[in-house]
Design a protein around this ligand. Structure first.
Ligand SMILES: Cc1cc2nc3c(=O)[nH]c(=O)nc-3n(C[C@H](O)[C@H](O)[C@H](O)COP(=O)(O)OP(=O)(O)OC[C@H]3O[C@@H](n4cnc5c(N)ncnc54)[C@H](O)[C@@H]3O)c2cc1C
Length: 399
């Protein structure tokens, strides 16, 4: 298929943030789109995450974030222009200013060093060391022995809001969204020709797999190609009488997540040791979401709630007395080198992939969706060169 059309029928597998943003982008470009979601829209991490759009410290992911942020800024206008008024499923709006993120810890010397290291890597974060006295003024409910690094980033959002808005836009633009429809890729002579569902086969001119951590199993049912793994997180939702204004994160966990290496290095970036449990909290519109766990297998959320609450109460004592209002688990689609896989799948004509955004998919997924949309319709690759190399879906070899 080449630019100028005729646009292909495109089948998308997966209705998370990436799949829904892609459906909206492709439908805007005139493609006939059908999205197949095995459960409901945003049933995976895209509806169960911690709910903050934030700026990853990795340069490639940072570029995807900036592009996604620009996309989020235009989303409310698109929704307003293209959807009936009062469509609450599509309501999405980022605050004008970030709420700020506090990386909290007890070791002031280490935190000062962390602030300098972050400043050296990216001044956009505007990192500032906050000593214990200043922190008490900033967030009085934090434990009194803590200090912090404040980053001027982070927009809290309802976890499923962005995927819901993109799905509603996609429908308004003529895309079909089929829920409760697990799909597999149909191939013939080295080419993707459509998908198979319980209802039968659906032919398509191109297939995009945007199924988060389940993507490799759909692309390569043999199990040999596994560039993306699941890293499960448990979220405890709390009723906090006086929720913090800032997004809170245990500084040490932030440092582990950012154990980065430059693009092209063999060593993984954004790798958090499996089984790791740390503290993070995002409060938004009366909901406070407490994390974080990084687990290789699907957990029973109830089994992790006490440890998360204990850890959290060490940083924010009010957690000890707060009622639990919800409990959920979901899987981060973690690529082996920390960057998503975006574009054509090597060795299978007309099969594309867009997955592997790890802990940053709400913040970076819309950019990848826009990139793969351009590639599917045969437009020039819109990625800047460093992003193209780092997100090339062929870098882990043929499935
Ligand atoms: C605990 C936790 C907290 C997080 N917090 C944040 C945060 O605050 N900010 C942030 O930016 N990111 C956060 N993330 C990461 C973010 O949620 C993910 O990176 C993002 O949601 C991934 O989106 P996706 O569309 O790639 O995949 P998913 O959301 O996993 O969507 C994939 C979809 O594919 C469907 N599917 C699977 N197999 C099939 C099939 N065979 N047929 C049809 N459909 C199928 C699934 O049901 C699912 O709905 C968090 C993740 C976790 C786990």
């Amino acid at each position: 298929m080449t630019a100028g059309g005729p646009w292909p029928d495109v089948a998308i597998v997966g209705g998370g943030i990436v799949g829904t943003a892609l459906a909206a982008d492709l439908a805007r470009r005139g493609a006939r789109v059908t999205l197949f979601e095995r459960a409901g829209i945003a049933a995976g991490a895209s509806g169960r995450n911690q709910g903050v759009v934030w700026y990853p410290q990795d340069a490639v992911l940072g570029s995807l974030y900036r592009e996604s942020l620009a996309r989020y800024r235009t989303l409310p206008d698109e929704v307003e222009q293209e959807l009936p008024r009062g469509d609450t499923a599509a309501s999405f709006r980022l605050a004008d200013e970030p709420s700020g993120i506090l990386l909290v810890g007890t070791d002031e010397r280490w935190l000062r060093g962390r602030a300098s290291a972050i400043a050296a890597a990216n001044r956009d974060f505007r990192p500032a060391f906050v000593d214990a006295a200043a922190l008490r003024r900033l967030e009085p409910s934090l434990a009194s022995d803590l200090a912090a690094v404040r980053l001027d980033i982070g927009f809290p959002v309802a976890p499923a809001a962005a995927a819901g808005a993109f799905a509603a836009l996609a429908r308004a633009r003529g895309a079909a969204i089929v829920e409760h429809a697990p799909a597999t890729v149909e191939r013939e002579a080295g080419r993707a020709i459509g998908v198979a569902t319980r209802e039968g086969r659906v032919a398509a001119g191109a297939v995009v797999v945007a199924a988060g951590p389940w993507t490799p199993a759909i692309v390569d049912p043999s199990g040999a190609w596994r560039p993306i793994v699941a890293s499960w997180g448990v979220i405890v939702e709390l009723a906090l009488a006086e929720p913090p204004v800032h997004v809170l994160e245990e500084a040490e966990v932030d440092a582990v997540i950012d154990a980065g290496s430059p693009p092209g290095d063999a060593a993984p970036v954004h790798e958090v040791p499996a089984g790791r449990l740390g503290f993070s909290l995002v409060a938004h519109e009366g909901r406070a979401s407490l994390g974080s766990t990084f687990l290789p297998e699907e957990p029973d959320p109830a089994a992790f709630a006490p440890a998360l609450r204990d850890r959290g109460a060490r940083f924010l004592p009010a957690i000890a007395g707060a009622a639990t209002t919800g409990l959920r688990a979901c899987a981060r689609p973690l690529a082996r080198d920390g960057r998503p896989l975006v574009g054509p799948v090597p060795g299978v004509d007309r099969l594309f992939v867009a997955a592997g955004h790890g802990p940053w998919g709400i913040s970076t997924g819309p950019a990848s969706a826009a990139h793969v949309a351009a590639l599917v319709v045969g437009d020039p690759d819109p990625r800047e060169p460093a992003v193209r190399v780092a997100t090339d879906a062929a870098r882990f070899g043929d499935p």
